[in-house]
Design a binder for this molecule. Structure first.
Ligand SMILES: [Zn+2]
Length: 109
């Protein structure tokens, strides 16, 4: 069974709201291996729009971990741990049949 979860433009994490934006070619804009990032001042989680679906989910979960660390003033932890957790959660959610429908692609970051 597949459970489609429609993500709205905004996701609440703790007491904050972040806009989820799928933006094409951020990899090129940032000039290195950046598939997503969080803009805390703007309240945005930016995800590369050209990634495959599973990779987009992985990036979203990875960035949510960043926000949780910031939200609770946890010292920024190891990137590898966040990435492993993001991949693991992507697999668990996928195996449960949970499929996210991302908001429409945006044209600017
Ligand atoms: Zn990171």
């Amino acid at each position: 069974m597949i459970y489609n979860i429609f993500l709205s433009d905004y996701i609440q994490i703790g007491n904050r709201w972040y806009r989820i934006k799928l933006v094409p070619d951020i990899y090129k804009q940032e000039g290195k291996s950046v598939y997503g990032y969080t803009n805390y001042l703007a309240g945005e989680i930016i995800i590369e729009a050209n990634l495959q679906y599973d990779h987009q989910v992985e990036v979203l979960i990875h960035e949510i971990f960043h926000v949780i660390e910031d939200l609770y003033s946890i010292a920024e932890g190891d990137e590898t741990v966040k990435q492993c957790m993001a991949i693991g959660w992507t697999q668990v959610l996928g195996n449960l049949g949970i499929k996210f429908e991302f908001p429409e692609k945006s044209n600017s970051s």
